[in-house]
Design a protein around this ligand. Structure first.
Ligand code: FAD
Length: 393
């Protein structure tokens, strides 16, 4: 079989790239080894797909080269995707912080992308693996489950390593290396932390399912203000997932559990106004009673406020405002939303996504060393990079 463009990976970036290139009049074959296209889209955003973010900016992305994402994000913006969603009549809403979700189901987004593929005439082949890729005259020759295929342009859209049960594989990195690319070390991002220190672990287990609204979580100079969630294995929730992308093994994280209060002033005030109130009772007004009880048990000796010295009150304020802990690790690719690292952007054109090592070869989406914050940014990168490559492939 001969075609103009082969896209490997029918996820977010691959679908966008395939129908955009086909709409330009290119013959496009879209291949995926899974039995369904866009499995991650279906799972995303708790089943409602946080498909973009109103406030998308290059600063929302991590990459060895922070400038790389700028061109593609500027040429296919969140407004372009919102226009597509609106044109298909997919109902959506802003949940918070510019995050746009489907009103109904994530499958609305997948159905929209598949509809675009069908209208543009994309040839989609599922359950099709690629055995070998070789350079051919003016293009590439692939040996696939569906037989040999030659093409002028080959787009790698196979994503990262997170959630192997959804079809993730290291295939894209393997292809990159085959054609002389550097693949930067990969690690799980947007992922819960595990905690093994016995006392803290037992507190997390006891509080599993409890979330604390509005915390400030910091790591390596990055701070996020959002909820945190205790889990059986450690800590999760949006603020924790965000800092996990900046965390390296051995690093400490700092959590301010009450950023809206000036804690030492507030404790002094409480001490003056109600000196006989126990610390546990006071904390119970700020957190759940169970959490207050556990904090009082693990961190402080609970007694009436008037019995604490000024220094002890300062220590309590510091503990609540700057809880410092060293996670044992992360839950890894099993639950991570994204993969950090990947194909080094220094060897890829930021305008076209084309390889600088092998003409006609393109990389789009998460396989590249570009990772978004939590909040719809990763899909926006998939749409923007897929669109950019489709203009040239
Ligand atoms: P993918 O969407 O992962 O697609 C890669 C495709 O390649 C898959 O279909 C896979 O089957 C195929 N493939 C892999 N290897 C091969 C091979 N060897 N041969 C053929 N095909 C292959 N981001 C957001 O912005 N908002 C969210 O709400 C959100 N929620 C998420 C929830 C979960 C549980 C997870 C895991 C991720 C979430 N993300 C979210 C991140 C987002 O899903 C990814 O960043 C995005 O899907 C990346 O797009 P991609 O096309 O590069 O890769």
């Amino acid at each position: 079989m001969q075609t103009d463009v082969v896209v490997i990976g029918a996820g977010a970036a691959g679908l966008m790239c395939a129908f955009t290139a086909a709409a330009r009049g290119r013959r496009v074959l879209l291949i995926d080894h899974a039995n369904k296209a866009g499995k991650k889209i279906l799972m995303s955003g708790g089943g409602r797909c946080n498909f973009t973010n109103l406030y998308t900016e290059p600063a929302n992305f991590l990459s060895g080269n922070p400038h790389f994402c700028k061109s593609a994000l500027a040429r296919y913006t969140q407004w372009d995707f919102i226009e597509l969603v609106s044109r298909h009549g997919v109902p959506y809403h802003e949940k918070k912080l510019g995050q746009l979700f489907c009103d109904n189901k994530a499958s609305d987004i997948l159905a929209m992308l598949l509809d675009e593929c069908e209208q543009a005439g994309v040839d989609l082949r599922l359950e099709t693996a690629v055995q070998t890729i070789d350079k051919a005259d003016g293009g590439y020759q692939l040996l696939t489950d569906a037989g040999p295929v030659t093409c002028q342009s080959l787009v790698i859209a196979t994503g990262g390593l997170s959630i192997p049960t959804l079809g993730a594989s290291g295939f894209g990195y393997q292809v990159a290396r085959q054609f002389g690319h550097t693949v930067l070390p990969t690690r799980a991002g947007l992922v819960p932390f595990t905690i093994t220190e016995p006392q803290l672990k037992s507190m997390c287990e006891a509080l599993s399912g409890t979330s604390v609204e509005d915390c400030l979580v910091s790591c390596n100079g990055q701070t996020f203000r959002e909820n945190i969630l205790f889990t059986h294995r450690g800590l999760s929730g949006p603020a924790i997932l965000q800092v996990s992308s900046y965390w390296e093994p051995g690093d400490a994280i700092e959590i301010n559990l009450l950023p809206h209060l000036n804690l030492s002033e507030w404790l002094d005030e409480q001490c003056r106004e109600r000196p006989n109130t126990e610390l546990k009772t006071l904390l119970g007004e700020l957190f759940t009673r169970k959490m207050a009880g556990l904090l009082a048990e693990h961190w402080f000796v609970s007694k009436p406020l008037k019995q604490y010295s000024a220094n002890e009150l300062i220590e309590i304020a510091e503990q609540l405002g700057c809880w410092r802990l060293v996670p044992a690790g992360t839950e890894g690719y099993r639950t991570a939303e994204v993969t950090l690292g990947g194909v080094d952007t220094k060897e890829v054109s930021s305008k076209t996504m084309e390889s600088q090592k092998s003409p006609g070869l393109y990389f789009v989406g998460e396989v590249l060393d570009v990772t978004g914050h939590l909040g719809g940014f990763n899909f926006q990168w998939a749409w923007a990079s897929g669109y950019a490559a489709a203009q040239y492939a």
